[in-house]
Ligand binder design. Structure first.
Ligand SMILES: Cc1cc2nc3c(=O)[nH]c(=O)nc-3n(C[C@H](O)[C@H](O)[C@H](O)COP(=O)(O)OP(=O)(O)OC[C@H]3O[C@@H](n4cnc5c(N)ncnc54)[C@H](O)[C@@H]3O)c2cc1C
Length: 391
């Protein structure tokens, strides 16, 4: 029987932790179906901040934009199990990814390591969507080996002066603030001399240059820092402790990088493409094989999701999930290109089928084996930390 709580629309900012998981899922699912802007359903590309903002604001008004933050800081304070349900329901409905760097990285960072003044200034602006954040970690010669970063921050009086360059900064053109890892001690061992800074993008000396990817989408940017002066209190945590702080930010996201959703969406695309081109019979065996691989991956994902539900910490073996997800997603999109033939050279939709865009789907799957730690780096983690090889 469905509980009353799942039949009524929840009051904004109500505490939903008291609902059973089943009621919570029903409540969230129904609320999303009622409130999600239909024109943003399952967008073919990552939306720019301005495009996703209507959905951000709807969630913000309901008090649901930061489900993982504690309630005293304006979040929903959800348990891991309910947080997972919330994300699953959003994925299931095809909700667009928000400009979520502030929500998933900066907010939790400030809650854990920020000063009262940093929290008081930044958290409300993240919750309302007034400030969009981007992440300034990677540099032209510091990606997988992030500790090789060379952007520097030097203390001069009551200011820090930043010089250097970041690259692959997602939403770099849309953001008003960037969080930056910079070297504050040139002599210390690589990981030890790094600090964490909050920088407004309109500070003199910050320059942003969009990077257009192979799918003609300007989803990321290069960000240059030329004698950028910021107040001394723009640092988060202790001087030279930025590496530990940055590593602590990795949590739940490692599970979501392995979610079967992208592969599921791609397989659906492949099936519809086969239908549209009259090739379903020719590809029946291949489609069946991919369906089974997807089921395999889903049950693999479930073993990790169940750990999160039980409140357990994910170990280094979660790297296998991301490797598997990237490989399957790319395999399915390889087949999309094969089935599309010459139509796969189109980056946009097919002229006679506007919901099919095989070229784009293929290209979008490429970066999954790079971001969030490349597949090679994940394999190194599995080899060393799971299998104990090379010690
Ligand atoms: C879509 C997308 C969005 C991104 N968004 C952001 C962002 O917002 N902010 C940000 O800071 N960064 C972002 N990045 C950057 C991302 O973190 C880096 O691309 C990633 O860390 C890899 O670094 P790299 O590109 O410098 O490649 P490299 O580290 O130069 O690697 C090149 C190749 O060598 C392999 N390799 C490197 N080291 C080893 C090793 N030790 N053993 C075996 N193989 C190795 C890699 O696997 C890869 O195949 C984004 C990247 C992408 C693709």
């Amino acid at each position: 029987m469905t509980a009353i709580a799942s039949l009524t629309a929840p009051e904004p900012h109500a505490d939903l932790n008291t609902l059973s998981d089943a009621d919570f899922r029903a409540t969230i699912g129904r609320w999303i179906a009622t409130n999600y802007p239909q024109e943003l359903r399952s967008p073919p590309k990552r939306l720019h901040a301005a495009e996703a903002m209507p959905w951000y604001k709807i969630l913000s008004l309901q008090g649901w934009v930061a489900p993982g933050w504690p309630r005293e800081h304006g979040g929903m304070g959800l348990s891991p199990s309910k947080l997972l349900i919330m994300f699953e329901e959003m994925e299931r409905y095809g909700c667009a990814r928000l400009p979520d760097t502030g929500l998933t990285m900066v907010g939790p960072l400030l809650i854990a390591h920020g000063t009262d003044a940093q929290r008081a200034y930044h958290l409300p602006k993240i919750l309302s969507g007034e400030i969009v954040w981007c992440q300034g970690y990677s540099e032209p010669n510091a990606g997988s080996d992030l500790a090789a970063l060379r952007t520097s921050a030097v203390r001069e009086g009551d200011q820090w002066v930043i010089n250097g360059q970041k690259i692959w900064t997602t939403l770099g053109m849309d953001a008003q603030w960037i969080f930056v890892l910079a070297r504050t001690d040139q002599q210390a061992a690589k990981q030890k001399g790094i600090s964490f800074f909050l920088v407004p993008m309109d500070t003199p000396g910050v320059k942003v240059r969009p990077i257009v990817n192979i799918d003609m989408h300007d989803e990321f940017a290069e960000v240059f820092f030329d004698d950028v002066r910021i107040p001394a209190d723009s640092i988060v945590g202790e001087v030279n402790s930025g590496w530990t702080t940055a590593k602590n930010l990795l949590g739940f996201e490692r599970l979501f990088l392995g979610s079967p959703k992208q592969s599921e969406g791609a397989l659906d695309h492949l099936e519809r493409l086969c239908d549209h081109l009259g090739k379903s019979a020719d590809y029946a065996s291949l489609l069946n094989g991919l369906r089974m691989e997807l089921e395999d991956h889903k049950s693999f994902y479930k073993t990790f999701a169940d750990k999160v539900r039980r409140g357990e910490t994910l170990g280094p073996d979660v790297s296998m999930l991301k490797i598997n997800q990237s490989a399957l997603y790319q395999e399915i999109t390889d087949r999309i290109l094969e089935v599309a033939g010459e139509l796969g050279t189109l980056a946009g939709p097919l002229l006679d089928a506007p919901t099919l865009y095989p070229g784009s789907v293929f290209l979008q799957a490429r970066p999954t084996s790079i971001y969030g730690g490349s597949s090679e780096i994940q394999r190194n983690i599995v080899a060393k930390q799971v299998l104990g090889l090379g010690r």
